[in-house]
Design a protein around this ligand. Structure first.
Ligand code: COA
Length: 377
């Protein structure tokens, strides 16, 4: 057995998956065989989810019944809503609320634990608890989910009680599809590890939400928006980037563990953001963001000449979600809404051919200590 240490499991392959293929050198991402640029702007989220679960696209009837089954599970248990409202009232971070809310999806089980039902419950209820938290933070009552709206449209509807325009729904759906799955990232690996113990899928998703909360994974797009706002007030955005680097900060929205080139999701989200802004209030904000991106990449190249610190998914996530009207505080929860599809598909895939995930640690502590009773220490 190899004792070679791979810090952060970098470069280690631990599972086979048919869900997504990430080529970090070429900067390519395919979802169940579809190039991301083809799938993301065309599919509804439900089609993408069906594709991940069944490894094929649904026909019209299959899509209608899949959509209805998902919509049927949207209403969260009152206790789940109470938990996220309490989180909002106590000022807890949004991802803490989402973690508690999705954990309570077990309360909506009608019968015994079943991986597919749990997967559907987790995906269906994540938007409900995220939106209820947001409403409570705004001092408003939750908006009941609607069954007649698509997954993305219903999420936007639950945020402000208004039926969203087709453009907003398309923008959000492209985002949800673009980030639905991405190999064995930290949260997906967490979900797979949890179900590999033969625990349940809702536990897997709950753990994954915890992993996604951190700024090195899903917490970056909010700070990206803050940075873009800061840059708008400055004459020289390059100076702002340099100041942050000099202060030892990382530039959010840049750099990636797997990609040595620009993250392919950045291109898909940039296109989606551009067409969204073009059709609405004009492209001034989008144009400024694109210019900032170029500046930041140049400054980062000077800062770390040996590394390629290119744009990652989070940069245009911030630009697109801001345009679509998702509040900044919900950027990471909205990432969870999308990634719930990948997490649950990975849980089901893990269970199809399960082997307990159990790596080793190399012991580097003291040896040969002898016990001293407390009164003698
Ligand atoms: N800004 C400034 N410096 C960065 C950087 C960034 N965005 N990303 C990496 N670096 C630097 C690190 O400080 C480190 O420098 P050091 O060797 O002098 O300490 C070096 O590049 C390598 O970074 P490391 O953290 O080992 O790489 P990683 O593979 O673990 O990091 C990320 C990947 C995503 C965690 C990292 O690029 C990052 O923190 N990015 C900003 C946060 C972000 O956008 N997260 C969303 C990811 S999709």
């Amino acid at each position: 057995m190899s004792e070679e240490l791979q810090r952060g499991l970098e470069g280690v392959t631990v599972a086979e998956t048919r869900l997504s293929r990430v080529d970090g050198d070429a900067g390519e991402l395919t979802i169940a065989g579809f190039p991301l640029a083809e799938l993301a702007p065309n599919a509804t989220y439900e089609e993408t989810l069906f594709l991940l679960y069944e490894d094929r696209l649904p026909d019209g009837d299959e899509l209608a019944s899949f959509r209805a089954a998902l919509a049927d599970e949207r209403a969260a248990a009152p206790e789940a809503i109470e938990a996220v409202v309490a989180a909002a009232e106590r000022g807890l971070p949004p991802m803490d609320a989402v973690r508690m809310g999705v954990a309570a999806a077990s309360l909506a089980r009608d019968g015994d634990e079943d991986p597919r039902t749990d997967a559907r419950l987790a995906v269906a209820q994540l938007p409900t608890v995220a939106a209820a938290y947001w409403r409570a933070r705004e001092g408003e009552d939750p908006v009941e989910p609607r069954q007649d709206l698509r997954h993305a449209a219903n999420y936007l509807y639950m945020l402000d009680g208004e039926e969203p325009s087709a453009e907003r729904v398309r923008g959000l759906e492209t985002y949800l599809n673009a980030v639905v799955d991405h190999g064995l990232n930290a949260s997906t690996f967490t979900a797979r590890t949890i179900v590999s113990t033969e625990s349940d899928v809702i536990s897997g998703v709950t753990g994954a939400v915890g992993a996604l909360k951190g700024p090195l994974h899903g917490g970056a797009p909010g700070p990206v928006l803050d940075m873009l706002r800061e840059a708008a007030d400055r004459d020289d955005p390059a100076e702002l980037v340099r100041e942050k680097l000099d202060a030892g900060e990382r530039i959010m929205g840049f750099g990636h563990r797997v990609y040595d080139v620009r993250d392919p999701r950045a291109a898909v989200l940039q296109d989606a953001a551009e067409s969204f802004y073009r059709g609405r209030d004009g492209t001034a904000f989008f144009d400024a963001a694109s210019e900032f991106e170029d500046v930041a990449v140049d400054v980062l190249a000077d800062h770390k000449p040996d590394l390629t610190l290119e744009t990652n998914v989070e940069f245009y996530t911030a630009v697109l979600l801001h345009g679509v009207g998702v509040p900044k505080e919900l950027f990471t929860p909205t990432f969870a809404v999308a990634r719930a599809g990948g997490w649950t598909a990975h849980c089901l895939e893990q269970l199809e051919d399960n082997r307990l995930i159990r790596p080793r640690g190399r012991y580097v502590g003291d040896e040969g200590r002898t016990w001293t009773p407390v009164e003698e220490r």
